[in-house]
Design a protein around this ligand. Structure first.
Ligand code: GLY
Length: 378
């Protein structure tokens, strides 16, 4: 009989881990009472290692770049196995400067990327308009990151669930509590009391990962919810944007992600609001105001959807991926702003850890054990 794995959480990380484990011949059970509450449902799907960069996060940038290189084959293989599209678009990203201070920051970003071998080019205001003719007039310039792309997280998630199903993953619509003691985990108990024994339990429950009952105190994941709101809009006629567009309007970050079918995803707020998922009028207003400042035509758009998600933030903004320090318990969580981008490298790494006992080198800096229990939020 094949070795068994239980994955707790059926967001994009959990479903991808389940699919990759099943591909290796493992017997996989995937549990989640409500997968659609996952951060993926609100996520825009930017695959943006360079334009989402914060300078203090160089190790994370290397992981992001590694995962980006996996995306074309990951998306193609997934789409083939699931028999459905995943919305991966190699469209590049344009970052717009709002003023001279933004231009200087983009020059720094360009130089930093160049030192790490990441391609980008600075563009003048005129070149910006040539790249994106629908942009507001008078913007002073920007940066083109031709390697920063996008995927549609809703299509991605549906394909991951289907590919897993075709590979024999058993999906159980239930919460889970972990079974075991302080030194070893032996399985999970579902909401109806059924115990599922497993050699490995993978916690991939996003911002809820730290609240799974039964996890030994020393191995509780150090994650917290960071609320993000996104909008989905549609303009009549031909799509007006060619690239993912990012910028900061008077200092407030904004992004516009154009789907192939003409929908534009606008995001995102970033709020420390606990587990609250109510849409907030002020956040919607600010997103519409700033998006329209960059793309005036949006005043004519239909507002199709307002979504709220909870990013799984960690103390250093980097994920927790690998052995938890308790035998049988593995974490794949804490991906914060990069969950969609980091899905391929996380799933490949966890499947390797489960099947061979080896976590690939690229994931070693992100061991969950780097945080002491004292840093775990109450
Ligand atoms: N990665 C985009 C966001 O977290 O808003």
């Amino acid at each position: 009989m094949s070795e068994s794995v239980v994955v707790v959480g059926a967001g994009v990380i959990g479903t991808a881990v389940a699919w990759r484990c099943a591909q290796r011949g493992l017997s996989v059970t995937l549990l989640d009472p409500a997968p659609e509450r996952g951060a993926w449902h609100a996520a825009a799907g930017m695959l943006a290692p360079i334009t989402e960069l914060h300078y203090t996060e160089t190790p994370l940038l290397h992981l992001n770049l590694d995962s980006l290189t996996r995306y074309p084959s990951f998306a193609a293989e997934l789409s083939e196995e699931a028999g459905q599209p995943v919305g991966f678009r190699e469209c590049g990203t344009v970052v717009v400067a709002w003023d001279g201070a933004d231009l200087a920051a983009l020059q720094d970003l360009h130089a930093f990327g160049a030192r790490l071998g990441v391609e980008s080019s600075l563009v003048t205001g005129r070149e910006l308009r040539a790249l994106e003719p629908a942009l507001a007039a008078g913007l002073p310039g920007g940066l083109l990151a031709p390697g920063d792309h996008q995927v549609d997280p809703r299509l991605l998630h549906a394909a991951l669930l289907e590919a897993g199903r075709r590979r024999g993953v058993t999906y159980v619509p239930s919460g889970a509590s972990v079974v075991g003691d302080a030194s070893r985990v032996t399985g999970v108990r579902t909401d109806d009391g059924t115990v599922i024994s497993a050699a490995h339990v993978v916690i991939a429950a996003g911002c809820w990962s730290g609240a799974i009952s039964g996890v030994p105190a020393a191995a509780v994941a150090a994650v917290r919810p960071v609320k993000g709101q996104t909008l989905r809009l549609r303009l009549p006629g031909e799509p007006v944007l060619r690239h993912v567009l990012r910028g900061a309007v008077k200092g407030t970050p904004i992004y516009l992600v154009p789907r192939e079918d003409g929908q534009i995803v606008v995001g995102a707020s970033s709020e420390e609001a606990g587990y609250d998922v109510q849409p907030r009028a002020g956040a919607v207003y600010e997103l519409l105001r700033d998006a329209q400042s960059l793309l005036p035509e949006l005043s004519e758009a239909v507002l199709e959807d307002v979504s709220t998600g909870l990013r799984p933030g960690s103390p250093d903004n980097a994920p927790l991926v690998g052995a938890s320090g308790v035998a049988g318990l593995i974490h794949a969580t804490g991906h914060f702003r990069n969950g969609i981008l980091l899905t391929p490298v996380t799933a490949d790494g966890i499947a390797s850890l489960v099947a061979t006992g080896e976590l690939p080198d690229v994931l070693q800096p992100f061991a969950p054990t780097r945080f002491s229990p004292a840093e775990v939020p109450a």
